[in-house]
Design a protein around this ligand. Structure first.
Ligand code: URA
Length: 184
C-alpha cells in the first residue's frame, strides 16, 4: 500500500534523526487534508505549536491564518507544515543542516504525497529549504516555478508583527496571492 500523509505523520512523530527531538514536547508533522490544494511551509514550531503538536497555532501562526482568511483562504483549504518538525531550543532559527535533513527525510515526501497546486513559503528559512537559495526580501509577492512546482513567497509573520513596514508589504502581497489562488 502506498504511504499516506497520515502514516508519514506517524513516522515523523517517532523521528530522532537530528538533535532537535531532544528538546521537543510534541513533534509537529503538519495539519490538513490529503487533497488540500494549497500547502503552507513555515519555519519551525514555536512554543505553542510544540505544546499542541499543531502548526501555526501560536500568535504569529494565528496572525498568518487571519491574513489568509481575509482573502478567503481557510485553514480547511490548506495543508500546513514547517521546514523542521521539532521546536528548536529557545525558538532559535533552525540551521540549514537541520532543515536539509528534515527536508530530505520528511518535507519532500509530504510535498510528493500532497501534490499541491500551490506552495506558500513563509519566511526565509522555508525559501532556502525549498528553493535552495534566495531571500524573502527579493522574492516576496512573486510566484516561482521550480521543477514543475509553483511557489509563492511571503514574509514570516513574526517579522510583520515586529515591523509595521513589513506588515504593509505583506498586505500588498496578499492582494497578489488572492489573484494567484484564484487561478489555480
Ligand atoms: N508557526 C509555525 O508553526 N511556523 C511558523 O513559521 C510560524 C508560526
Amino acid at each position: 500500500m502506498p504511504q499516506s500523509l497520515f502514516s508519514l505523520a506517524e513516522d515523523i512523530r517517532r523521528c530522532t534523526a537530528c538533535p532537535l527531538w531532544k528538546g521537543r514536547i510534541l513533534p509537529v508533522p503538519g495539519e490538513g487534508f490529503a487533497d488540500a490544494p494549497i500547502m503552507v511551509i513555515g519555519e519551525a514550531p514555536g512554543e505553542q505549536e510544540d505544546r499542541e503538536g499543531l502548526p501555526f497555532v501560536g500568535r504569529g501562526g494565528q496572525f498568518f491564518m487571519d491574513l489568509l482568511e481575509s482573502i478567503n483562504v481557510k485553514r480547511s483549504d490548506l495543508f500546513i507544515t514547517n521546514s523542521v518538525k521539532c521546536r528548536p531550543p529557545k525558538n532559535r532559527t533552525p540551521t540549514m543542516k537541520e532543515c536539509g535533513e528534515c527536508n530530505d527525510l520528511w518535507l519532500q515526501k509530504q510535498i510528493t504525497l500532497l501534490n499541491p497546486k500551490l506552495i506558500i513559503l513563509v519566511g526565509g528559512v522555508a525559501v532556502r529549504t525549498c528553493l535552495g537559495k534566495g531571500s524573502v526580501g527579493k522574492l516576496h509577492g512573486t510566484v516561482i516555478t521550480k521543477e514543475g512546482r509553483k511557489y509563492f513567497v511571503m514574509y514570516h509573520p513574526a517579522a510583520a508583527l515586529r515591523f509595521p513596514t513589513i506588515r504593509k508589504i505583506m498586505e500588498k502581497d496578499l492582494v497578489t496571492l488572492k489573484k494567484v489562488v484564484g487561478e489555480i
